[in-house]
Design a protein around this ligand. Structure first.
Ligand SMILES: [Zn+2]
Length: 435
């Protein structure tokens, strides 16, 4: 009988594999951070000789969720300023605090964001911020997968005097993390409204040269479109297309103010979209045409955006809100069904991170999984597990979070860092913001 490191026994196993198998009970054979086998529990018990068993018999096990657009460090701004328009919020409340930022503040804020992600079932994220080197160090400490890069702006940030320095920092990170199992690098071109054509072209060049994903906020609001038309004579998607951006492997956050022809262009380019329902609703940015994106075969993922515009780093909340908002805006209760939403949070996220080994529990895929406690009252009774994951679960039913076969969170405890010590550091963050 072949040996495996761990045999996971799950009360219910939602695989997200090609057949979308749901097995009750199901099992997973794991070794070297990968899934070797997935199937009915009795079959795997007869097939594998494990060195250890992980009994999750009263749990619902599914692939770890992928947060395709985050600013994890911004936990330090959570709840500072709500209920304001985007540009006023960004320039009046967020940018002034960010102008004083330090790498230490970013590291602590990021670790808090990653703690929340692991606690609520996220195992990978695509992150954009200043001092992104400190973000990636926090991700290494927390243990989750993170694809990040220094945010590139057309003006000085606290971390970089100009766009050239931000791109040099990104290049440095790409060298530092080349071949890393969990940390990857993207070119984070902030947006069309915070950069110039020359900066966007330089970002594209670096993405193509180093074969890195190109991650950008795009077509977030009608204001952005109006400004792009005024300054560059084109709408944001066309402006980026003309600059050659779509030649890179693009992940665009938001993509709210787009028309049918622009969706065709994005679909033909192979771009992925990170949909951020909470942020879009909170800032009244509008509803991204997600149903139209899915009809075209565009890869659509879910993101939390930053905790200043959400205010959570919880993908379960994004799943529920995504499913509901598109029904409300379309007037069609069949729009964006639960299965499509779970696909966005798993397989869509893998597409956005350009990480095809994530998003499903099947042989050869990463052993990134989460387990929800089926004893919780809001998960009973259960007829359709995917319905519960999207409409009933909050994320706080997560009892175990595993990345690459390593348990990073279990029953209130983080395995790699001291959460109580982190909470004491978070108090200093508040003093920094108010000071
Ligand atoms: Zn964002």
């Amino acid at each position: 009988m072949p040996e495996c490191q761990t045999l996971v026994h799950a009360g219910v196993l939602v695989t997200q594999d090609a057949e979308r198998r749901i097995l009750a009970p199901g099992a997973l054979a794991i070794a070297d951070g990968l899934i070797l086998d997935a199937g009915p529990a009795a079959e795997l018990a007869a097939r594998w000789q494990p060195r250890e068993r992980l009994d999750l018999g009263n749990m619902l096990v599914l692939p770890g969720l992928v947060n395709a657009h985050s600013h994890a460090a911004m936990t330090f701004l959570r709840g500072l300023a709500d209920d304001m328009p985007l540009m006023e919020w960004l320039t009046g409340r967020i940018f002034p605090v960010e102008a004083r930022l330090t790498a230490d503040i970013v590291r602590t804020g990021s670790l808090l964001g990653f703690a929340e992600m692991l606690r609520t079932g996220t195992t990978a994220c695509m992150d954009m911020y200043l001092f992104e080197g400190a973000v990636l160090e926090a991700a290494e400490e927390a243990g989750l997968r993170c694809t990040g890069g220094e945010a590139v702006f057309g003006f000085p940030s606290a971390a970089c005097p100009d766009a050239g320095a931000a791109l040099a920092a990104t290049r440095g990170l790409a060298e530092r993390y080349a071949g890393h199992e969990r940390i990857a690098v993207a070119v984070n071109c902030h947006s069309v409204y915070t950069t110039t054509p020359e900066i966007i072209a330089a970002c594209r060049d670096l993405a193509l040269e180093l074969d890195l994903p190109f991650h950008m906020h795009l077509a977030e609001t009608r204001d952005e479109t109006a400004r792009c038309l005024e300054e560059h004579g084109r709408r944001p998607v066309d402006y980026c297309r003309r600059l050659g951006v779509l030649e890179a492997r693009c992940t665009f956050a938001h993509v709210v103010d787009v028309d049918e022809a622009e969706l065709d262009v994005l679909a033909a380019s192979g771009a992925a979209v990170a949909h951020n329902p909470s942020s879009n609703m909170k800032l009244a940015s509008g509803a991204a045409p997600v149903a139209a994106m899915l009809r075209r075969g565009l890869a659509v993922a879910l993101g939390t955006d930053g905790p200043a515009s959400n205010n959570q780093c919880n993908l379960f909340q994004e799943m529920g809100r995504a499913a509901l908002m598109h029904k409300l805006v379309s007037g069609d209760p069949a729009s964006v069904p639960a299965e499509a939403v779970l696909d966005m949070a798993t397989l869509g996220g893998a597409a956005a991170l350009r990480a095809p080994h994530l998003g499903a529990l099947a042989p050869g895929m990463a052993a990134d999984l989460i387990a929800l406690d089926l004893a919780e009252p809001n998960l009973q009774p259960m007829y359709a597990p995917v319905s519960h994951l999207v409409y009933a679960a909050t994320g706080h039913e997560v009892r175990l979070t595993m990345v690459g076969g390593e348990v990073l969170y279990r029953d209130g405890r983080f395995s790699r860092f001291d959460y109580d010590a982190l909470r004491r550091e978070v108090r200093a963050l508040r003093d920094f913001v108010l000071g």
